[in-house]
Design a protein around this ligand. Structure first.
Ligand code: SAM
Length: 289
């Protein structure tokens, strides 16, 4: 069996051997802690029937471990200069395929069809921080592509995603994610677990995708209401909706917004940040024209 890369010495040796310097523009912070890598794979609950999509395998540290538990691993890496390294570290693993492309330009449904007979995959990644939110939203919106998503991201972002309407971290991202999945932080990870060390703490977040959304909503309109509410979170919801709604040319008068809040039993001066997902969903049904 190969020497696993989670030993920091081996990681440093590989980086030196191939003259690799972590590229900031690709958010490269390589994991060097065996316990953390094992913890991510465990949190993802990978079994031999699973096809795993790994985003950004880097030098293959987590890929090696995923390949031991999963039936198949498809790893998507944007940085082609890592090709010779990945060839050495995971090139001879028969159940690993590396695709050199940008995850944001990858047709996920095609990957699912080609590598998992159209059945939902599990996504596992130590995500590059510069694209955390767009990647998570892309994965969640590709309905039916993923059973679960387990990612290492900035601790602060993980907390925002998990927040509810009584928490100060609550925001549009909490609602957006919680409409598609149930998120949970499984552990916090200090900067010392990476080369180079990032400036912030990280967390491992698992998102279990819902087969059907937990609330009944006019989906597109609900997200437009949420955006309007949180773009101007200091305003009352009535003001935010009457001034800031951007949805297919639709306008909402103060009067109509106030009436909708009355119908929901909410005070007219409430701010959007106090509404739960269920309440935003209810509002979208009432506002549908
Ligand atoms: N998985 C490795 C680890 O844990 O040691 C590396 C994680 S590093 C934080 C992020 C990885 O994502 C890097 O390998 C980087 O090149 C890759 N990456 C950055 N942007 C990407 C993109 N748009 N599509 C695919 N991979 C990307």
């Amino acid at each position: 069996m190969k020497e696993l890369l989670t030993d920091p010495g081996t990681t440093r040796y590989i980086l030196e051997k191939y003259g690799i310097r972590a590229k900031k523009k690709y958010g490269q912070n390589f994991l060097i802690d065996a316990g953390v890598v094992e913890g991510i794979v465990e949190a993802a609950g990978i079994g031999e029937d699973d096809c795993v999509l790994e985003i950004g395998p880097g030098i293959g540290t987590m890929t090696q471990l995923l390949a031991q538990s999963a039936g198949r691993v498809v790893a998507v890496e944007v940085d082609r200069s890592l090709e010779p390294v990945l060839e050495e570290t995971v090139g001879d693993l028969p159940n690993v395929t590396v695709l050199f492309q940008d995850i944001l330009k990858t047709d996920l449904t095609e990957v699912m069809k080609e590598y998992n007979e159209g059945r939902p995959m599990k996504c596992v990644a130590n995500l590059p921080y510069y694209i955390t939110t767009p990647v998570i939203m892309e994965l969640l919106k590709e309905k039916g592509c993923f059973e679960s998503i387990t990612v290492m991201i900035q601790k602060e972002v993980a907390e925002r995603i998990c927040a509810g309407e009584t928490d100060k971290e609550y925001g549009a991202i909490s609602l957006a994610v919680q409409y598609y999945a149930s998120p949970k932080i499984t552990r916090d990870v200090p900067p010392s677990c990476f080369i180079p060390r990032p400036g912030v703490y990280s967390s491992v977040l698992t998102m279990q995708a819902y087969e059907t959304p937990p609330v009944d909503a006019e989906e597109e309109l609900m997200f437009a209401l949420i955006r309007a509410a949180f773009n101007q979170r200091r305003k009352t919801l009535v003001n935010a909706l009457s001034h800031g709604l951007a949805f297919k040319g639709m306008t909402i008068s103060k009067e109509d917004a106030a009436k909708a809040l009355d119908a929901m039993g909410l005070p007219r001066d409430i701010r959007g940040e106090k509404l739960s997902l269920e309440q935003f969903a209810g509002l979208s049904k009432l506002m549908k024209q």
